[in-house]
Design a protein around this ligand. Sequence first.
Ligand code: TEU
Ligand code: CA
Length: 556
Amino acid sequence: MEEKKWWKESVVYQIYPRSFMDSNGDGIGDLNGITNKLDYLKDLGVDVIWISPVYESPNDDNGYDISDYKAIMKEFGTMEDFDRLLSEAHKRNLKIVMDLVFNHTSDEHPWFVESRKSLDNPYRDYYIWKNPKEGKEPNNWGSWFSGSAWEYSEETDMYYLHIFSKKQPDLNWENDKVREELYRIIDWWCKKGVDGFRMDVINFISKVQSFPDGQKEKGQLYGDKIPYIANGPRVHEFLQEMNEKVLSKYDLITVGETTHVTPEDAKQYAGFDTQELNMVFQFEHMTLDFGELGKWSDKKIPFVPLKKILSKWQYELEGCGWNSLYWENHDQPRIVSRLGDDSLKYRDLSSKMLGTCLLMMKGTPYIYQGQELGMTNMEFKSMEDFRDLEILNAYNEFVDNKLAEPEEMIRYFNLKGRDNARTPMQWDDSENAGFTKGTPWIKVNPNYTYINANSQINDSNSVYSYYKELIRLRKEIEALVYGTYALLEENHESLYIYTRTLGSTSLLIICNFTETEKSYTIPKEYEEAKVIINNYRDRANDNMLRPYEAIVYHKK
Ligand code: TEU
Ligand code: CA
């Protein structure tokens, strides 16, 4: 059996602090709100809490634009509040993971404020500056959040690179001083006692230094920057250096957010014998429903390709690297709406089925706030209700350039937009779902009256209780952590069936992803096996799977 590690045995819970719990009535979630809910998380059974950025930030991108890495955002509280949260978490044996955003800072970070001033400013080379090309942008790259990836700066008549918003200038990792500063920041948080890091777009930190134009497809506004920024020439050198200089000195959990990676890349970033990170978030399963306009599409995730991709990751990393498992995060729509069925009839069952499918796989599971309640997408009625800059910018870009009609864009935002994940956590059925006594910064999903934590924690048949049981099973059965994965019935159009095996123990997991009954005869060797969890709670017929049924057999 491969080496045992606490981070392989852990279940992580992600908190988006702005939307989790408001303790002082200003409508914005905060650190004291999180501290007040630690017992809830302890009861759920998770081990690690990853908190999206809480550092000082002008909030162009809700904290993913940091202006001071060693200070807490005023809206979220103080450093004392943070220290209290950390010690209260540790008292309960809960670990805290910080979100490190190191590809870029805010344009209000003192480094950038200096950098833009003059060519000879000591901070000039902290960022990526280029001369205009024929009076225009240095190349044809587009920003992730619409428009060019270059912003003109009058002071020196040059452009700076921002692959996200123009308030998120990219750091120049080629500069040794930048890397030293960043490693010192990591060290500072480690000394404080935090337990790990999620590293934002960490595979974008090394750019191809010639900054060439990207290939431009017909009808597209910008060239493809990905080949020149993702998994760039020096990325592994940088991460090995970071590991050697700081990460390796502490016992941490580290996960890199890496879009555009293959299992081959992941083996480098998170291989058992490469000294970089513990694991990465891959995105292949989250882009299966992309269409002509990228994520703005009403395409559904195709089922057989989904199984093939998730299985590919399971097989490829077996014995040589570690997977992270997720359906949701603060950038993704709610999984029950995306891949299940959020109608009254099937919301519960399909949420539980999706939880089973994910949490029984091999890897460290990440549960996003509200996923454990079966929270759904929200129906935003008009543009005024949206808050996310990605949405606001995309609306302008697509509508202005006549690539899509306004109503069409709103429909896509409701299906795929990031604000779906950012509506307030639904704690109870009181006003504003118990999230705030004030006016919430973003609308609460009206379904809080029947989807909320309070009504679920003491109901043994709730989505919450079901997740709690899935987490408990991972603690109880070693094969669920260390057992190898195998996919059965690869081309079955409705059922996701796989096994986990460790020594003589094996588990059979069967999930029906559709609302129709499906016949399936379980393999002979499982006939005597014990059913350890079933979302209908009354496994009746071994040859039939009911709508959205999920069932797990355990054989010792
Ligand atoms: O996301 C990076 C990313 O590559 C995308 O998935 C992106 O979030 C977006 O949703 C594209 O549709 C990270 C953070 O998770 C995100 O919240 C930040 O906005 C972004 O980096 C910039 O820091
Ligand atoms: Ca608050």
